[in-house]
Design a protein around this ligand. Structure first.
Ligand SMILES: Cc1cc2nc3c(=O)[nH]c(=O)nc-3n(C[C@H](O)[C@H](O)[C@H](O)COP(=O)(O)OP(=O)(O)OC[C@H]3O[C@@H](n4cnc5c(N)ncnc54)[C@H](O)[C@@H]3O)c2cc1C
Length: 440
């Protein structure tokens, strides 16, 4: 029998949100998950499942029952011919990457970190970049879901197709994702070329950049014209690195944290910091080749506040120029670098920010040097205003102030998803404060 423990304190990775679940469970099998849901029903408790706990919001928080899936982390099946792998929902992508390496396979795209769970990354619409690639959930070809009643639903394009299109970006609201089947590709190495440019050049030639590299992204350094462009493309070349020494040794980043901390007393330093670090870390061209996941992932060294909206791709220039103009007109507002700009192909996943449109993701951050909060409210509000004006949809895991009324306008399939959720979870077992704002 599975036993829940009291007194556990949950904190997300950035330590910006947490909760104190009444009972905390770490089930090891499907039967134990069913027991937990049975107990929750008997006691009228809500349930929240947590994967890697990396969401920079309260989406995974609960004060009732929390299920951490870290003991359900096995590979269940590998279909070498189809290059598909079925894993338990709690498997971290770090472990999956290693297992795929051994089998000559790889995920075709990945976000910045892999300490996230297979069911968790798809739960919030995690994405990377590359206009021929959708968000990570588009790599999912099947999944198994345990609903509030304890029933197990197998879902794919062929079986329960409507629930499948909802569950590929489930928001933790449909039940417990037991397993996920992912379409992989043959293992590959990526060559990354990083070079500097200006915002005007990149925005004027966006199509050319998008067509020049499979995984194109750029960093804009606010309060400057500086841009760092990253082209990442599959290669047969052996691993090699001609990178920037400061960047590789992380020394630059420790210096950055210290200077950002000083800038909390002298905010006027921030534009200077952005310029200085562009010169130190990104002004010269660098190049490296490595296994795909080692190039997709990078060490996120500092805690930060973050917003990341997806806007229609044709609005990229308009939105970035509006943000730049506003910062120039309001010099008392400071913005940390980088504004990371990435791209994703449109899809048909009901709650995907890229639903039915190719999109540009514009990620803004404010670091919290040594855990200290930096004022960012004015910047946050104006960024959201601009994103809304250009028809944006917020990343589900990151900060936003949207509620049901906004989502109804943003998502043509919102009503459909809501209907599926209400049918699968009639008592609201999987709701929490975050989801109440989304649905009520
Ligand atoms: C350092 C860092 C870098 C990041 N980089 C990127 C990036 O490059 N691109 C990007 O798009 N995002 C990025 N993110 C956001 C991150 O990818 C998402 O928050 C992702 O959802 C985290 O996965 P997780 O396993 O930690 O999920 P959690 O935060 O644990 O959970 C996310 C949601 O999934 C639900 N859930 C988890 N497991 C299950 C399950 N088995 N069944 C049902 N529901 C479940 C939870 O209840 C919650 O609703 C980053 C976050 C951090 C902290």
């Amino acid at each position: 029998m599975v036993v829940g423990r009291g007194g556990y304190k949950f904190q997300n990775w950035a330590q910006t949100y947490g909760s104190s679940p009444e009972l905390y469970f770490q089930p090891t099998c499907v039967e134990e998950i069913k027991e937990i849901l049975d107990l929750a029903r008997q006691r009228s408790k809500r349930v929240k499942v947590v994967g890697g706990g990396h969401s920079p919001s309260d989406i995974a928080c609960t004060d009732d029952f929390m299920i951490r899936m870290d003991k359900m982390n096995r590979i269940l099946k590998v279909d070498k011919e189809k290059k598909q792998v079925t894993v338990e929902g709690g498997m971290l992508l770090t472990d999956l990457n290693k297992e795929l390496d051994k089998r000559g396979l790889a995920l075709s795209n990945l976000g910045a970190v892999s300490e996230v769970a297979a069911a968790g990354v798809i739960g919030t619409g995690t994405h990377n970049t590359g206009i021929t690639h959708g968000i990570l959930a588009t790599q999912v070809v099947a999944l198994a879901l345990m609903t509030a009643s304890g029933e197990i639903l197998e879902c794919s394009e062929a079986t329960n197709p409507e629930i499948f299109q909802a569950a590929r970006l489930h928001l933790g609201s449909l039940g417990v994702i037991l397993s996920v089947t992912i379409q992989c590709r043959s293992a590959f190495r990526l060559k990354e070329i990083q070079f500097s440019s200006s915002l005007q050049e990149v925005l004027d030639n966006l199509d050319a950049h998008l067509n020049s590299s499979e995984y194109f992204r750029f960093f804009w350094f606010p309060h400057t014209e500086n841009v760092s462009v990253f082209y990442q493309d599959p290669t047969d070349k052996p691993p090699a690195s001609k990178a920037n020494w400061f960047r590789d040794s992380f020394l630059g980043y420790y210096l950055l944290e210290f200077l950002l901390w000083i800038s909390t007393f002298m905010s006027g330093m921030v534009p200077w910091i952005n310029r200085f670090f562009f010169r130190l870390l990104f002004a010269s061209k660098s190049q490296r080749v490595n296994i795909s996941h080692k190039v997709f992932n990078f060490d996120c060294l500092f805690k930060q506040h973050v917003q990341d909206w997806a806007i229609p791709i044709e609005k990229t220039k308009d939105a970035l120029m509006q943000l730049k103009d506003w910062l120039e007109k309001n010099p008392h507002v400071v913005a940390h670098f980088p504004v990371e700009v990435r791209f994703a192909r449109g899809d048909d996943i009901l709650m995907s920010p890229c639903y039915h449109r190719d999109s540009c993701y514009m990620n803004i951050i404010m670091y919290r040097p040594y855990g200290k909060d930096v004022p960012h409210q004015e910047y946050w509000v104006e960024y959201e205003n601009i994103m809304k004006k250009v028809g944006g949809r917020p990343h589900w895991a990151k900060a936003h102030t949207c509620t049901r009324k906004d989502f109804e306008k943003m998502y043509p399939a919102f009503g459909k998803f809501k209907g599926i959720r209400e049918k699968l979870d009639t008592t609201g077992m999987f709701l929490n404060a975050y989801l109440e704002k989304v649905f009520y």
